[in-house]
Design a protein. Structure first.
Length: 398
């Protein structure tokens, strides 16, 4: 089959960029012709994934990055939302006339790419159009600021009505967690849940033996966002040190959204923790080689988000042989079992993170059990080959 994948932004070192490249490569390995369409592409990012993949770049003015990054004031955020939506509409019109007209499947990958559906449908009526909705665009998350919270509620109820003329033209929606599936049911009668894959062989490292006399290094990776709760990793590390455990923490993050207020809050949390010299913060992100080195040098991966999110880095860390401590409210906890292949904690409870990390530190058998079972779970269930096979199995039967 000839398969097209649209992702408006492949220029940022984010999980979604890796996800698109990994999926395209898995489809290519299965013998299909794959073409990726984007407005921005950096071939140096995850370069190993793009070999042999045709990528067509249709730049837009202004670049998406210029719209997404900017002032973080209340009205500036609202204006940015409007400008982003208009930008996506213009990009969709441009793309629809440039995408190959003979595709068998068009995967509108994440975000506002579904806007292409009605336009491409007029060009190629036989193509199966899929919206891969990893991050629901019509999403309500409570805000501390009452004005922002009101705007978020209005958007949540009004925007889907306005956008229906676009997303109603897709044949199905593919999601990656139960929360997204429940949301997507309002947008399409055909919704499938497919858990994301990871590049298992790329990240694989044998689980190590835990020596309780050695330092314990916690690790957190993700975008710089209040939802990531890196502060809980810092506080858990502080509590462990206070109780006599030689604990450290590495936090790898990057401010993709230009949220200066949160960046200042995060830096303040580190400075006021009293353990700043035991914290290794990489706020500009790291290269792929550096990330693998950090996995190798860490002992426990912590995923403390207090909202539902999947988090590819958590499963990449599991493939690298690290035991996972995860918030029981994340999407990742849907597929894992507490005490068997991961350790669960309640959200916003750094004390529980500290307790679970202490258990892992003091019992090598328990450490290797959680790490080994977690790694096996990822190997058996979360590969891109399985994802591509499941993606195509249903699509091919339509």
């Amino acid at each position: 089959m000839k398969i097209g994948i649209v992702n408006f932004d492949l220029g940022a070192p984010m999980g979604d960029t890796r996800c698109t490249g990994s999926f395209a490569r898995a489809l290519k390995k299965s013998g299909h012709e794959v073409i990726v369409y984007t407005t921005d592409f950096n071939p140096g990012l995850f370069y190993d994934l793009w070999s042999g993949i045709e990528v067509k770049v249709f730049p837009q003015k202004p670049p998406l990055e210029k719209i997404l990054l900017g002032s973080s004031g209340i009205f500036a955020r609202a204006l940015r939302k409007v400008r982003t939506n208009l930008w996506a509409r213009r990009a969709a019109r441009d793309f629809s006339g440039k995408i190959d007209p003979d595709l068998d499947i068009l995967d509108c990958h994440n975000w506002y790419t579904y806007k292409i559906a009605p336009l491409y449908r007029k060009i190629n009526s036989r193509a199966r159009i899929i919206w891969t909705m990893h991050d629901p665009p019509f999403n309500y998350r409570p805000k501390k600021n009452p004005i922002l919270n009101l705007l978020a509620l209005i958007q949540f109820y009004v925007e889907p009505l306005y956008e229906k003329r676009f997303y109603s033209c897709v044949d199905e929606i593919i999601v990656m967690d139960e929360r997204s599936r429940n949301i997507a049911k309002d947008y399409s009668p055909k919704v499938r849940l497919l858990y994301l894959g990871i590049d298992y062989d790329h990240f694989y490292m044998p689980p190590r033996k835990r020596d309780r006399k050695k330092r314990l290094r916690l690790l957190g990776v993700g975008s710089m966002s209040p939802y990531r709760r890196f502060e809980d990793i810092i506080e858990a590390t502080r509590q462990m040190r206070e109780n006599g455990l030689d604990a450290l923490a590495t936090i790898v993050c990057r401010d993709f959204w230009g949220d200066k207020a949160y960046q200042e809050s995060f830096l303040s949390a580190m400075k006021n923790s009293g353990i700043e010299k035991f914290l290794d913060s990489r706020q500009d992100g790291v290269s792929e080689e550096e990330l693998l080195k950090i996995f190798r040098e860490s002992d426990v991966y912590v995923f403390p988000n207090h909202i539902r999110i999947w988090g590819m880095a958590a499963f990449e860390a599991m493939a690298a042989g690290l035991p996972l401590i995860v918030s029981n409210i994340t999407s990742a906890s849907e597929v894992l079992k507490d005490g068997e292949n991961a350790l669960f904690v309640d959200p916003l409870r750094p004390d529980q993170i500290a307790q679970q990390a202490k258990k892992l530190s003091e019992d090598d058998g328990f450490y290797r059990k959680i790490a080994g079972n977690g790694q096996k779970f990822v190997r058996d269930n979360l590969t891109w080959e399985n994802y591509a096979k499941n993606f195509l199995s249903d699509s091919a039967s339509q």
